[in-house]
Ligand binder design. Structure first.
Ligand code: PNW
Length: 467
């Protein structure tokens, strides 16, 4: 059902699993700060220790081998490599750690996919304005070039930034992720803009300096739900769905894959809302300057994080205040026929992935696609025999097969989120996404395979045997 070279993976992110927040020269990141300031995270928990993968990497490797993965997606902690975020000082212990991880993976015939930025900005750079500051782009570029130089001989798949949408909105509009800023209607657009500039700069650096030798691919991971109008015959619902898509998937995919600029629907909605509320600065959505490296064409593949689907109707805004919600004017509804798994936002809709993949093929000129995240969460009483999640993976992978075979989508790989139960951001350890259970109550942080892990391993094996 799948091509022989299809990538079967699982993913993690540095802050969610590594722990060792101060170990051997690591500098603090905005998530260290955010967790240590009380009030932001479930149960005042933090990733100080998490799965302690910094010390227990070999245990993770055993899990990866037991699953039979062909690929493993991990992220680098920027401030573990460059404690103050700049190349003025390199933490060799951090470099050694990632070298060992990469070399161990390759020795087991597993290809690493590396994310350079998965939510954990060095605190030192936040202190200088973080992603709101235009200067962040060249700092990110220096960090990325250091990584290409140091690790790039062994990495074929790079992700620059994971989910710019989530960083921008949850971190700077809603304030529920680090750095915890609540500057609605303004900061998220600026942050998204600088993330796109930073991403593009890094892609151009790779393209001009490293690609010929290293022969890898670079992209950014874009999260998107599948969305449909609540009522397919209702014009208001249809236009609301178009606005919703423009403000989520389109915000980052349109500039990179289609025009080099934001979707027109997004800019006109923001400017109309500014006018309505008497905001008379320049557009809250920045413009790309002609002197900057081009944004269009800066992805060698489409990296998609898909979790769920939504029905959409016109939204409820936030009154006379500026906010993204009012700009977007599109509200989400959950279809009551969709089961909810764990967290409230996650309705189980495997078929939405197939539809989204087809949409990506048609809208973004048939790119190679990796599903870089997809998963199912557990909350409450622990179930090692997690039958529901096993069924979810089976159904979802079937939908990916249909997208490949029946819709002709150029899907190259699938990464389950996540290898391990881990620190689920604002939800702390209360939400479990792992293929392996981690016993956070016990010092040894023992990893135990879930039924869904065993089933995923079987699917991978079957595929490898060509059945
Ligand atoms: C992704 N939301 O983030 C991340 O890339 C992962 O690190 C994370 O563990 C995974 O999804 C599961 O949540 C998200 O609140 C974080 O809508 C929050 C949301 C969505 C995605």
């Amino acid at each position: 059902m799948f091509p022989r070279d299809f990538a079967w993976g699982a993913g993690t992110a540095a802050y969610q699993i590594e722990g060792g927040w101060q170990a051997e020269g690591k500098g603090p990141s905005i998530w260290d700060t955010f967790c240590h300031e009380k009030g932001g995270v479930f149960g005042e928990q933090s990733g100080d220790v998490a799965c302690n993968s910094y010390e227990l990497w070999e245990k993770d490797l055993e899990c990866i081998r037991q699953l039979g993965l062909t690929h493993y997606r991990l992220s680098f902690s920027w401030s573990r490599i460059l404690p103050d975020g700049t190349t003025r000082h390199v933490n060799q212990k951090g470099v050694q750690y990632y070298n060992k991880v990469i070399d161990d993976l390759l020795a087991c015939d597993v290809s690493p996919m590396v994310t350079l930025y998965h939510f954990d900005l060095p605190q030192a750079l936040q202190d200088q304005g973080g992603w709101k500051s235009p200067g962040i782009a060249s700092l990110f570029d220096s960090y990325a070039k250091f990584c290409f130089q140091t690790f790039g001989d062994r990495i074929k798949l790079w992700i620059t930034i994971n989910e710019p949408y989530v960083c921008a909105k949850l971190g700077h509009e809603d304030g529920i992720h680090a750095p915890g800023l609540k500057e609605p209607g303004i900061a998220a657009y600026l942050v998204g803009h600088n993330m796109l500039r930073a991403h593009a700069m890094v892609w151009h650096s790779y393209d001009s300096l490293y690609r010929t030798q290293q022969k890898g691919w670079v992209s950014l991971a874009i999260n998107s739900d599948w969305v449909e109008p609540l009522n397919a015959d209702c014009t208001e619902d249809i236009t609301a769905t178009e606005r919703y898509l423009a403000f989520t998937l389109g915000w980052f995919a349109w500039p990179v894959f289609v025009t080099g600029d934001y979707p027109e629907i997004m800019r006109s909605a923001i400017d109309a809302q500014s006018k309505k509320l008497g905001y008379n600065g320049s557009s809250r959505l920045p413009s790309f300057s002609k002197d900057q490296p081009a944004i269009l064409g800066t992805a060698d593949f489409f990296a998609l994080n898909y979790y769920t689907s939504r029905k959409v109707k016109p939204g409820s805004g936030c009154g006379a205040m500026l906010c993204m919600k009012s700009d977007r004017d599109a509200g989400e509804v959950l279809d009551p026929s969709w089961p909810i798994c764990g967290v409230s936002w996650l309705a189980v809709v495997p078929n939405g992935l197939r539809k989204l993949l087809k949409y990506i093929k048609d809208t973004f000129n048939n790119p190679a696609v990796y599903v870089t995240e997809n998963g199912f969460s557990q909350v409450g009483p622990l179930q090692i025999e997690d039958t529901q999640r096993s069924v979810f993976y089976r159904d979802t992978i079937l939908e990916v097969a249909k997208a490949l075979q029946e819709d002709g989508v150029n899907v190259r790989g699938y990464f389950a989120w996540s290898l391990l139960d881990n620190f689920e951001w604002a939800d702390g350890f209360s939400v479990r996404f792992g293929l392996y259970h981690v016993d956070f109550e016990d010092k040894k942080l023992c990893r135990t395979i879930y039924k869904s892990g065993r089933e995923y391993a079987k699917m991978i094996l079957k595929h490898k045997l060509g059945q």
